[in-house]
Ligand binder design. Structure first.
Ligand code: FAD
Length: 591
């Protein structure tokens, strides 16, 4: 079943949950709705026609290291060329460097589509974009002039080099080192592992952003600097010069995303790889965070991508596959499995989780646009705080549900789901990396609880929850029979979030371990309450509109009555489960 970009669903979320009309009216976005729809439609066409047909063959062929060179699957290089020539890599990049300066909401929607069509391909522009953001924010004018135009047009790709064998989540442990050369450049030495698109032959050059330590750097995260290290040195006239001292020493064999080369990178095996400082010495992690926040939203969106793809496939299969009898079947006929209540519940769960996660990601993108583009500095600052709060939820909730929805997708296919030819299995395998890279979901939960709840003394999260409560009031006041118990259930979910947040706030003061023990269920609760409310905003808009559709109401109601009901249990886990998690560890986990 070929992929179809969910353009109407995306536009609906943009208009209802993300308040697109308001942003256009206020002049925050300088594009109209028709242009946004047209760009998303074109992205959908590119995804369905160019990227999707390469996904399954790319999975089978994988990327390979042949005679020291990384060979991507057949068709990959040509598709990348088309992607770059179409200007797709540069959607939200600044015009100054050749980008289109389009809003983040468009880039996020387009990113969802490309990653649905072909997750292993989508990763390459995703990381390039993160690298562009970091260089743009903190690079010197010379670095910007030399590297950004070619990266923005997609002529060169970018990578992110953080991880080392002994330094994953704990980057403070990294050992790669940088020696100043006295001419403004540095020589970089060290080994990085798991580097996505660390090497390939699709472009003339690859621009690595590498974390390393200077000779007298303080230990831990305060002693890390960021360096730009090109695969090929760039001549004064901008042409590609001689090979730098950086090599791909191997590619990993993985559970999924086989076509995406995950490389072991060796820097400075000879006389040191030439690198240039980005930002200030010992402040590299701060710069990397600029890149990581954007990349975390993009990876969260990949969760939506796999969920959407799994849902489309499962729906098509369930309409086609006949087994057993349902209430509507006559004579000896078998029913399409979509008629069985358990399959319907599965499909609705897939759709509702996907749309809730999409809304969370697009709302985060919306806030990114406001933070960058609003005229009022106070509005920009408030939106930046909102981005900080929502980013771990966008990343972790969406990628968790991506895996769950992909798993339900396999289940809906029955035995055929386990067999590769339906494609459900590839989606499931590909999805599994998403909660791991770009900061594991455990680390996202930790970030949410320890850094985001305390923002502005708790005012940022309190203001957000107050906004969710307003929507609950609107749903209740609407008194519409087709909403069922939506108001009641969402009211319970938001109340659960408020109580768990108060508990977390207090816990952080006196017993941080108890807060950390409940961080993951708290993040899930946050995602459920937020997603439920965003879907309810879609339902309210549909109910107000005389030409409104029944689908958004049905999905919002299903989410509230069948999925958001977990919120109260999660609150109990957060509030009273922490003690048992901590106290019983010795008894339950002893060897
Ligand atoms: C396919 C793939 C592509 C990747 N691409 C890149 C890339 O392009 N660039 C790059 O730099 N890296 C990349 N990575 C690395 C990835 O970001 C790391 O694997 C990830 O950050 C986790 O680090 P780790 O594997 O060392 O796990 P560890 O840090 O060892 O974590 C193991 C477990 O312990 C938990 N944990 C660790 N510390 C804590 C803590 N303080 N509190 C609570 N729980 C904790 C984690 O959540 C996890 O569940 C990639 C990895 C893979 C597999």
């Amino acid at each position: 079943m070929t992929y179809q970009a969910p353009v109407d669903d995306i536009m609906r979320v943009l208009k209802t949950a993300a308040g697109l009309d308001e942003l256009i009216e206020q002049g925050v976005l300088e594009v109209d709705e028709d242009t946004i729809r047209a760009v998303i439609q074109e992205a959908g066409k590119f995804g369905a026609e160019v990227l999707e047909p390469l996904s399954a063959p790319g999975d089978r062929a994988g990327s390979k290291l042949v005679d020291g060179k990384v060979v991507t699957p057949p068709g990959w290089k040509e598709a990348y060329k088309q992607f770059a020539e179409g200007g797709w890599g540069a959607l939200s990049a600044p015009e100054e460097w050749g980008g289109q300066n389009l809003p983040q909401v468009i880039a996020t929607a387009a990113g969802e589509i490309w990653n649905s069509a072909n997750l292993a391909f989508g990763l390459c522009p995703l990381l390039t974009h993160g690298a562009i953001d970091a260089i743009e924010a903190q690079g010197s004018e010379e670095l910007k002039r030399t590297y950004l135009p070619k990266m923005v047009t997609g002529e060169w790709t970018g990578t992110m080099n953080l991880t080392e064998p002994h330094a994953g989540s704990d980057l403070g442990q990294l050992r790669s080192r940088a020696e100043p050369q006295g001419d403004g450049s540095y020589r970089i030495f060290g080994t990085k592992i798991f580097i996505t698109y660390g090497d390939h032959e699709m472009t003339d050059n690859i621009i690595h952003l590498v974390l390393a330590r200077l000779p007298d750097a303080p230990p831990g995260t305060r002693g890390i600097s960021l360096f730009l290290v090109p695969k090929y040195l760039v001549n004064k006239d901008g042409t590609v010069g001689k090979r730098n001292d950086v090599v791909c020493a191997g590619l990993e064999h993985k559970l999924g995303i086989h076509a995406s080369p995950t490389a072991v990178m060796k820097y400075g095996e000879r006389d040191g790889a030439v690198g240039y400082l980005v930002g200030e010495e010992n402040r590299g992690l701060n710069v990397m965070f600029i890149m990581m926040n954007a990349a975390r939203l993009a990876v969260g969106t990949q969760g939506v991508s796999v969920a959407e793809r799994a849902t489309q496939r499962a729906l098509a299969y369930a309409r086609d596959r006949k087994q057993g009898r349902a209430a509507s079947t006559k004579g000896t006929d078998m029913a399409p499995i979509i008629e069985h209540p358990d399959i319907r519940r599965s499909l609705l769960t897939m759709m509702a989780l996907t749309q809730a996660a999409r809304a969370i990601c697009l709302v985060t993108a919306r806030e990114t646009d406001v933070a960058r583009r609003a005229k009022d500095p106070a509005q920009r600052a408030a939106a930046a705080q909102r981005v900080a709060l929502l980013t771990p939820i966008a990343k972790a909730f969406s990628t968790d549900i991506g895996c769950e929805v992909a798993s339900i997708g396999v289940q809906v296919h029955g035995g055929m789901g386990f067999i590769e030819e339906t494609g459900a299995a590839q989606i499931y395998r590909d999805a599994r990396i998403l909660p791991i890279y770009e900061g594991t979901n455990g680390i996202q939960a930790l970030d949410l609880v320890t850094r985001k709840i305390p923002l502005e003394g708790g005012k940022v999260v309190a203001g957000y929850i107050a906004e969710l409560s307003k929507t609950v009031d609107e749903v209740r006041a609407s008194n519409r029979p087709e909403f069922g118990r939506m108001g009641e259930r969402l009211g319970e979910a938001v109340a659960a979030l408020a109580e768990a947040t108060r508990f977390m706030g207090a816990c952080l003061q006196k017993n941080q371990d108890a807060a950390l023990a409940g961080a993951t269920p708290y993040l899930r609760l946050f995602g459920l309450a937020s997603g439920g409310i965003y879907l309810a905003r879609g339902a309210l808009a549909s109910a107000r509109d005389t030409n409104g559709h029944a689908r958004p109401i049905a999905i919002a109601r299903f989410f509230a009555e069948n999925i958001a009901t977990a919120a109260s249990g999660l609150k109990d886990t957060v509030v009273s489960g922490a003690d048992s998690t901590l106290m019983l560890t010795a008894e339950a986990l002893s060897a």
